[in-house]
Design a protein around this ligand. Structure first.
Ligand code: G3H
Ligand code: 13P
Ligand code: ZN
Length: 309
């Protein structure tokens, strides 16, 4: 099964009232853990790679690992660049075999965002690659950029239709209250479903993307803290809110933090219980299994995409 783009996936997801999970990958165990669960549950899948992940693992290694996963699972998988910050990095991954890129122009003015997004769309579409843009700004940490709460802003529905028409993007990430990382809400979690609904009216049938959508699963945070970690006050997006969004226009839900927490929790637990172990296979195996458990849980309880591959 070759790497596919997300066009068909999103069409089916929009019509079917579910979302496709976009999971961040950084190494072999994470790729294996995710793809094994998607195969078991016959779920459509997006594997996404940030600039940081690409720098850490190397483009060629990541490509080969994803190719191996395709061969093993026989699933249609979309390989996506997460938070592309320039035309150059988008071009590099398109030339290097990715089927989807995000150009994150959310830090620019509207006009500059339109300009850079359109430039990427023109290059990508000629090569059968799809593009995700972003309007509005999430709080939290992405690579080296830390957006403070005061600089975060919700997506303005008035801008959406013009942005989509002028750029030709295939999907759009919006800001409705989610944020990156493990600390998403200070008080009661709320998402601006009114904004999502309004956007859905302005661009009917158009796929929307939710970043910062980890639920910060308490069992893993507790385990990390039990075994010497220190993650007090972490709070994620409630799963019922994500499920509701996936039944609306949200077709892609981004999850990284929950994978990181699960991976780390199992390694901490293993080392805590077996302090004499120094064989990486001994502690990476349970970490990989935890990734699988998280992905299964998301497919069934959050995304609703079981048996939709
Ligand atoms: O949105 C950011 C993702 O969690 C990727 O994080 O840039 O540290 O790889 P990263
Ligand atoms: P989380 O930090 O909530 O997992 O969000 C990940 C993300 O949006 C990747 O682009
Ligand atoms: Zn993101």
């Amino acid at each position: 099964m070759p790497i596919v783009n997300s066009e068909e996936m999103f069409k089916k997801a929009y019509e079917g009232g579910y979302a496709v999970g976009a999971f961040n990958v950084n190494n072999m165990e994470i790729i294996q853990g995710i793809t094994e669960s998607a195969k078991e549950l016959n779920a459509p899948l997006i594997l996404q790679v940030s600039a940081g992940a690409r720098k850490y693992a190397n483009h060629t290694y990541l490509m080969k690992l994803v190719e191996a996963a395709l061969e093993e699972t026989n699933l249609p998988v979309c390989l996506h660049l997460d938070h592309g910050e320039s035309f150059e990095i988008c071009k590099a991954v398109i030339d290097g075999g990715f089927s989807s890129v995000m150009i994150d122009g959310s830090h620019y003015s509207f006009e500059e965002n339109v300009e850079i997004t359109k430039k990427v769309v023109d290059y990508a579409h000629e090569r059968g690659v799809v593009v995700e843009g972003e309007l509005g700004r999430l709080a939290g940490i992405e690579d080296a950029v830390n957006v403070s709460e005061k600089d975060a802003s919700f997506t303005d529905p008035d801008e959406v239709q013009e942005f989509v028409e002028r750029t030709g993007v295939d999907s759009l990430a919006i800001a409705i209250g989610t944020s990156h990382g493990a600390y998403k809400f200070k008080g009661e979690p709320t998402l601006r479903f009114d904004i999502l609904e309004e956007i859905q009216k302005r661009v009917p049938g158009f796929p929307i993307v939710l970043h910062g959508a980890s639920s910060v699963m308490p069992e893993y945070v507790e385990k990390i803290n039990k075994y010497g970690g220190n993650i007090p006050g972490a709070q994620g997006v409630p799963e019922d809110m994500l499920r509701k969004a996936s039944q609306m226009a949200v077709c892609k839900i981004n999850i990284d933090t929950d994978l990181r927490l699960a991976f780390t929790a199992q390694i901490r637990e293993h080392m805590g219980e077996n302090p004499g172990d120094f064989d990486p296979r001994k502690y990476l195996r349970p970490a990989r299994e935890a990734i699988s458990e998280v992905v299964k849980h998301k497919i069934i309880n959050v995304l609703g995409c079981e048996n939709k591959a």
